[in-house]
Design a protein around this ligand. Structure first.
Ligand code: GRF
Length: 202
């Protein structure tokens, strides 16, 4: 049986696209994207999913209390028998209810080397801080912002001539690469979590 992935997004959807491409090319074997959910109407990621023939659902979050909203999303994910969830530019914190519904089965990609620069505009934060290396992180999701055990990270150098745009572009390329890699590790179940450490097993 193929593992069923649910993707949650709010915007552009380039990470979703990278995952969908890996699934289509069987670089992520025995998996399918069962549903793409957006909390924003008109998210370009939804169009990208539709043009790939992947099921989509827009569930507007505006004005709803966090758990009330999350109950709707969890119901849709369950309806589509989702095994694992990938957040891909999903601009919402998950409620404890959501996290408990999918223990260690929710991944997120963040454009910094966590725990540095959580939250918004991480690439700008990194540039302004003056770090020499930046990067991205795939981690399990808990109810805290950009927290949870780290599955993979990738590093890019920050050059003197870098701007927020050029740094973001370099990081995004690595995001697209490591998200598929991390998803494979998790889908294969070849890991154990000890404290905050995700240890690979074979
Ligand atoms: C990415 O930089 C991701 O790391 C962050 O939000 C951005 C989403 O981009 N969580 P996209 O929608 O996947 O293109």
């Amino acid at each position: 049986m193929k593992k069923r992935i649910g993707v949650l997004l709010s915007g552009r959807g380039s990470n979703f696209e990278a995952l969908a491409e890996s699934v289509a090319a069987e670089r992520i074997p025995n998996a399918e994207i069962a549903i793409v959910v957006s909390n924003r109407d008109g998210a370009p990621g939804i169009q990208r999913a539709e043009s790939r023939g992947i099921r989509t659902r827009v569930i507007p979050s505006k004005g709803l209390e966090r758990e009330t909203y999350d109950r709707q999303v969890v119901a849709v994910l369950n309806e589509h028998k989702v095994d694992l969830i990938c957040l891909a530019g999903y601009m919402r914190l998950l409620s404890p209810f959501f996290v408990a519904a999918f223990p260690n089965r929710i991944l997120n990609i963040h454009p910094s080397l966590l725990p540095s620069f959580p939250g918004l505009e991480s690439q700008r934060q990194a540039l302004e801080y003056g770090v020499r290396f930046a990067g991205c992180t795939v981690h399990f999701v808990d109810e805290n912002l950009d927290a949870g055990p780290i599955v993979l990270q990738a590093v890019v150098p920050v050059l003197d001539e870098d701007t927020e745009a050029s740094l973001s572009e370099k990081i995004l390329k690595e995001e697209h690469r490591i998200y598929s890699q991390a998803l494979n590790i998790v889908l294969e179940g070849k890991f154990k979590i000890e404290g905050r450490r995700v240890i690979r097993t074979n």
